[in-house]
Design a protein around this ligand. Structure first.
Ligand code: G6P
Length: 474
């Protein structure tokens, strides 16, 4: 077996940036789903780092490999671990608990045991990949025990942790039977990053209340004198590369083609999500359907394109939300569509970057309505593609992105009337107003891109690490 690659910069995330998919034509690598990979891939590339993660399926060989210039260390999960650690503890306990109980979390001791075991495996692999005094950046809710486990193995490395999803209020977090173990796991890091300031303060509060550690604003002092910082770092995307892609003539041509295929209606509305119960997909389609039924919108002038990419399909709650959504789409189209003019084009699929950029360019109105969302990078991707300052973004105030994208049309997705009203206002807004908003939205993403995010986290991590070293050497 080839020796594992090592680096001064290591990322540990549940998924590798590429996902192994089996099809009739054989197996192949494709880009992994979700915003985490979109955001971190350019960072790893720039730093020539090593990425430790799960390949999404069983492989013939778990030898480290290079794919598209990235050094990857695949972690093996058995079928039972995939079930208990990934579908179970990660996505049926932590995901719903951290997303405001939109679905009910389940608590099972055997899922927790698998979570501990798999976290230990990730920590060991990260320890092997890290050069002396390296920086290891651990990602997301699937790996919350890794920071402490890694510190045990490698006290010399700087450890950062970033949570891509919301961190819940203390009242919700308290339900977790293994609450203290998770807090202790995270405290293995020198710096714990969150998407929003509320997440960082929830964490500090819990550490104070449950573990009795002293906290001074964003600084936590452990009994041995080591210090941990907890701060917010709103994540972003690679603005320059997506902007450049959107400006390619073939992408504009494809966008024109898409509009023509949709019958060149006056308004094209777009939703793009992983098919997840947190995303509020049904609510936005329902609001659109009601606008047609009420006579505010004519089905021949407006169409809604909803891309819902397959996600976590073995989890029952995801199967239910898909069935429910598909019933709704059928119902709205059956009631309101005309021959050649369905109200909704529903695509249960994921598409390559170029096709997504063309869709963003083709859409007059992007509708992003999650009930809870760490950031939502789709909102940032849409404005990045609108280089001519056209188009409108309707955005849930429960998405982390709403802290920054203040010139979007902000909505509460639980309020269907408010949603209808805001979607209509966005459809009827004057081009001058839309341009004013879009300019400001684009400026925000341009100036706060993924490089700025990584740099601000990693710079803070360096000083957090120094604190710890200084404390340790006293
Ligand atoms: C969200 C999570 C990521 C996750 C992604 C895709 O963005 O924050 O950690 O990788 O969803 O979900 P999946 O379960 O397919 O990895």
């Amino acid at each position: 077996m080839p020796k594992s690659p090592t680096s001064a910069f290591v990322v540990a995330a549940n998924r590798l940036p590429v996902d192994r998919v089996e099809s009739e034509e054989g197996s192949a690598w494709r880009v992994s789903p979700g915003g985490l990979v979109t955001a971190l891939e350019p960072v790893l590339r720039q730093k020539h780092g090593v990425w430790v993660g799960w390949p999404g399926a069983a492989l013939d060989s778990y030898a480290p490999f290079t794919e598209d210039g990235l050094a990857l260390v695949p972690i093996k999960l058995t079928a039972a671990e995939t079930d208990r650690y990934y579908h179970g503890m990660s996505n049926s306990t932590l995901w719903p608990l951290y997303h405001d109980l939109i679905a009910k979390p389940a608590f099972h001791r055997e899922w927790w045991e698998a979570y501990v075991k798999v976290n230990q495996r990730f920590a060991t692999a990260a320890a092997e990949a890290a050069e002396p005094h390296a920086t290891v950046w651990v990602q997301d809710y699937q790996l919350q025990l890794v920071p402490a486990m890694l510190r045990e193995l490698r006290p010399d490395v700087r450890i950062g942790f970033f949570l891509h999803i919301p961190f819940p209020p203390t009242e919700l977090f308290k339900q977790l039977p293994w609450r203290n173990r998770i807090l202790e796991g995270l405290l293995g890091a020198d710096l714990v990053g969150f998407q929003r300031p509320g997440g960082a303060s929830n964490f500090a509060r819990l550490v104070r209340l449950r573990l009795g550690h002293k906290t001074h604003r964003d600084r936590i002092v452990l009994p041995d004198g080591r210090q941990v910082h907890a701060r917010s770092y709103p994540i972003s995307i690679d603005f320059a590369s997506l902007d450049a892609l959107a400006r390619q003539p073939e992408v504009a041509e494809r966008a024109k083609q898409l509009r023509a295929d949709l019958g060149d209606p006056e308004h094209i509305l777009l939703g793009v999500d992983r098919l997840d119960y947190t995303k509020g997909i049904k609510q936005r389609l329902r609001a659109f359907g009601e606008l047609i039924a009420d006579g505010h919108v004519n089905v021949e002038d407006a169409v809604f394109v909803q891309v819902a990419s397959p996600s976590r399909e073995r989890v029952q709650q995801y199967q239910e939300v898909r069935d429910d959504l598909e019933r709704w789409v059928g119902r709205i189209n059956g009631d309101l569509g005309r021959i050649g003019h369905p109200a909704i084009h529903y695509l249960h699929a994921s598409f390559p970057r170029e096709e997504m950029a063309a869709l963003f360019l083709a859409a007059d109105l992007m509708v992003v309505t999650p009930f809870a969302d760490g950031m939502n990078l789709v909102a940032k991707e849409y404005v990045t593609c609108r280089y001519d300052d056209t188009g409108a973004l309707v955005l849930s105030e429960f998405a982390g992105a709403s802290d920054e994208l203040k010139q979007a049309f902000l909505v509460n997705p639980h309020d269907i009337d408010g949603l209808k009203h805001t979607m209509l206002a966005a459809m009827r807004a004057q081009p001058r107003e839309l341009a004013r908003r879009m300019r400001a939205l684009r400026r925000q993403v341009r100036e706060h891109d993924i490089a700025a995010w990584a740099e601000s986290f990693l710079t803070d991590l360096e000083t957090s690490g120094d604190h710890h070293r200084a404390a340790g050497s006293r």
